[in-house]
Each structure stands twice: as C-alpha cells, then as structure tokens.
Design a protein around this ligand. Structure first.
Ligand code: NAD
Ligand code: MG
Length: 416
C-alpha cells in the first residue's frame, strides 16, 4: 500500500465565520433537472425573497428545464434566467422555446463553463453528476463564486486543481453532500487543530444485510432501491456498492485536510446522524436530522446559515434508538479500493472514478452485473500507471484513458 499522504491544507475554511450573504442570493443551478437541481429549484420557489435563480442548465431535457423556469418565474424566484443545454440538438430545440430561447448559452462544455462563471451570480449549485462536473467547478472557482458543491466527483478527480483555483479566484466551496455538510456544521466556530478525526456515517445501502451469494445475483431494480434516500441513478448505484462512501472519504480528505487514517466510516442504517467530528479531548459533535437533502442544500445556499424550512422534525422518543455497525470490507470491496486510490493520490482517484462511472453506466444499460463493478474498477487501477497530475488537461486525459480500459474490460466480461 502507498505511504499515507500528509494531511493537506483544507479546501473548506474551517473555523472562519461565514460572511452574511447579501440578499437575494443570485443562484446558478448546474444540473437543474436532476435530483439535487430540482430540490434547489424547490428551495428558490419557497424563498423568492432570499433566492433568485439567474441561470440553469440541463444535459438534454428541454421541456423539463422550461417547466422549471416557468415555475421559478411564477413564484417570483427568477426573471429570464440564462440557460445552457449540453446536448447540441437539445440546444437547437431550446433556441425555439419562448422561455429558454431568451438567454440561451452555447451548447457543450463551453456553455456550462460560461454559466458557472455567469456575471452577477453569487452562488453556483453544482448538481452535475460525474467527472463532467469538474470543469464547471473550476470555472466557478476562477470567477470567485461561492460553490454549493454536490458534485463530489469534482473533488475526487481534481481536488488539488480545485484547491488552487479556489485560492486564486478568492472563491469558496461549501459542501452539499449531507455527511460533509454535517461535518461543516460540527466544525462551525472551531479551529482546524482542535479536530482529531472524522466519522462518516453510511446507510449501508440496499444490500447491508444480504449474503455475498445473494449480492452476486442482485437484479438492477434491487441495486436501485435505496432504503433511505431518493437520488439520481448513478449515486444510487454507488450507494449499493458503497463506492459512494469511498468517494466521500476522498471528498472529506480534500475538504477538511484530514489524513485518511483519521477518516472513519460507520454504517448507520437510519440515516439520522449525518456524520460526527471527534475533537482532541475526546468530545464528539454530531449533526442529526431526518434524511432530507434540502437541509444541507439550503445551508449551503444560505451561506451557512440555518434559514427557515418546513421539513420533518426529528422525534427522538419515537425513534427510540440509533444503530451503528462496522462496514463489511469483504462484501463491499469498493470502500477499500477508494481509500487506497485516495491515499496514492495523483492519477489513482481519477482512474478509480472513471472506471466506476463506466461500470455504473454499463450496469444501468444492462451490460454489467452488480458483482462485476468492483472487479472492473480494480482491474482498471491495476492496468494504468499512477503518478502526479499537472493540470486539467492531464486529468481529463487520464479520465479518458481509464474509461477506455474499463470499457474493454466490461466488453470482455459481457462476452464470457
Ligand atoms: P441526477 O442524475 O439526478 O442529475 C444530474 C444532472 O446533471 C441532470 O440535470 C442532468 O441533466 C445533468 N447532467 C448529467 N450528465 C451531464 C453531463 N455530462 N454534462 C452536463 N450535465 C449533465 O444526479 P443527482 O442525484 O442530482 O446527483 C448530482 C450530484 O450530487 C452527484 O455528484 C451526486 O453524487 C451528488 N449528490 C446527490 C445527492 C442526491 O440526493 N441526489 C446527495 C448527495 C450528493
Ligand atoms: Mg452523501
């Protein structure tokens, strides 16, 4: 195993008080039609006095994006927002749409980057899925925005690049991922040196209590039935393999500068305790709440303030107890694969992420079984060299090379 890398400078500003945001906060929502994106829209509709949406994007769903803009405008939460469709034929259709056609940006990655750095925006919600989220994160960082970051892959693939861009641009990253938002809340008002360890909680996914033999035969619909959270397809598959938690360990290392050996994962089936910070005197601070992504999302949009929100309140007496158990490394090899790739650093987490994206896409396409996901990722990591990554171009080349290798391994398995 590679030597443990020293703890890096945290990307998240631990202990420094958040600035009171100027109202209304002008939001750009990247991936507005997704699970995170539609929840961001919902929050703006509830808080039009505090949140104004100035830009939205989607991969290809023109009608859904237009419906979201209509809803935002009806609630007074947007006025002719800029729009970007990544898919060129969707962008042509959007040009003819009376709402989206008003301020349409170019298709492809260029429009997404332009939207991420849009003039007059304060905060960029990155609700994109996968490594495609990295370039827009860097564009928002260069433009000095507050980035409400749901797209954890940005930090897995480009942690060092994001850290440098945020420092150069005077930007700020606030995590939306529920565990990392919980940790940010636990660390509020603390100094980095008070912290000893992080504990990330993990629902355990749909296969927590399954035998290895049953998991090997799991059907796609079983992989996709998450016990506590309703999310996009990719993260739902990642939650069934526990790769999601592996990516989150890397995300926590980048955000909080914590050494890998000091980031623990504990399975907590109810998803009530969202994560815990352990301080150097043994005191443990946790953040709890009913599982609802709008809570960490609004906390990030609000510049780390608790704004009012009608959500389910915790009833601890009714809940009765909170359960915790250790994750099983045998049945969930993705957790260790991610930890090893994070510890190695450089190209390894990029390769891990790309192979995982290829394997998850293949599972969703019925070209790969659940049990083969970890094997494809491990074999891709074995085949490709490690080493440092200089810039975005090199990160993207590494990503593309890993996808090619993973694709070949997936096809070989399909022929067996
Ligand atoms: P999703 O699949 O529901 O939505 C993804 C959005 O991105 C859609 O709007 C889609 O049009 C757009 N998109 C997809 N591929 C794209 C591409 N190549 N280029 C540009 N746009 C593209 O995903 P989600 O569940 O909302 O997850 C978004 C991110 O947030 C992921 O990184 C995920 O890990 C993270 N996250 C999600 C949740 C959740 O509850 N959904 C919780 C924690 C973290
Ligand atoms: Mg999470």
């Amino acid at each position: 195993m590679a030597a443990e890398r020293p703890a890096a400078a945290p990307l998240y500003r631990i202990g420094r008080p958040a600035r009171e945001p100027r109202l209304p906060v002008r939001l750009v929502i990247l991936g507005a039609t997704g699970s995170i994106g539609t929840q961001a829209v919902d929050l703006a509709v509830r808080h039009p006095d505090r949140l104004q949406v100035v830009g939205v994007s989607a991969a290809s769903r023109v009608e859904e994006l237009a419906a979201l803009v209509r809803r935002l405008e009806a609630a007074g939460a947007a006025r002719a927002p800029a729009a970007a469709l990544v898919d060129p034929s969707a962008a042509r259709a959007a040009a003819r749409d009376p709402l989206l056609g008003r301020r349409l940006l170019p298709p492809g990655p260029a429009g997404l980057d332009e939207l991420a750095a849009l003039d007059g925006a304060d905060c960029v919600v990155n609700g994109l899925v996968g490594a495609a989220g990295l370039a827009p994160t860097l564009a928002a960082a260069a433009a000095g925005r507050r980035i409400a970051l749901a797209n954890k892959e940005s930090l897995v693939v480009g942690g060092d690049l994001v850290r440098a861009a945020v420092a150069r641009g005077g930007a700020e990253v606030v995590p939306v991922d529920s565990e990392h938002s919980a940790l940010a809340q636990c660390l509020s008002g603390r100094a980095a040196e008070e912290l000893e360890r992080l504990v990330l909680t993990c629902s355990g996914g749909p296969f927590r209590t399954w035998t290895a033999a049953a998991m090997a035969a799991a059907r796609k619909d079983e992989v996709l039935s998450h016990p506590t959270w309703n999310m996009g397809a990719k993260i739902t598959v990642d939650s069934a393999t526990l790769m999601n938690k592996g990516l989150e360990v890397i995300e926590a290392h980048v955000l909080f500068g914590t050494a890998y050996r000091d980031i623990e994962v504990v399975v907590h089936p109810g998803s009530i305790v969202h994560s815990l910070a352990v301080f150097r005197d043994g005191a443990v601070v946790a953040q709890l709440g009913a599982p609802d992504m709008r809570v960490p999302l609004l906390y990030a949009l609000a510049g780390e303030r608790h704004w009012p929100l009608a959500t389910e309140r915790l009833d601890l007496a009714r809940l009765g107890e909170l359960r915790f158990e250790a994750p099983d490394p045998e049945r969930f090899p993705c957790l260790a694969l991610a930890r090893r790739a994070g510890e190695a650093g450089g190209r390894a987490p990029i390769v891990l992420n790309a192979a995982n994206e290829a394997a998850v896409a293949a599972l969703l396409d019925d070209r790969l079984g659940y049990a083969d996901i970890a094997a494809v990722i491990a074999a891709t990591l074995d085949e490709l060299p490690g080493g440092p990554v200089a810039d975005l171009a090199e990160a993207l080349e590494t990503d593309a090379a890993a996808r090619r290798v993973a694709q070949r391994l997936i096809e070989a398995r399909a022929r067996r």
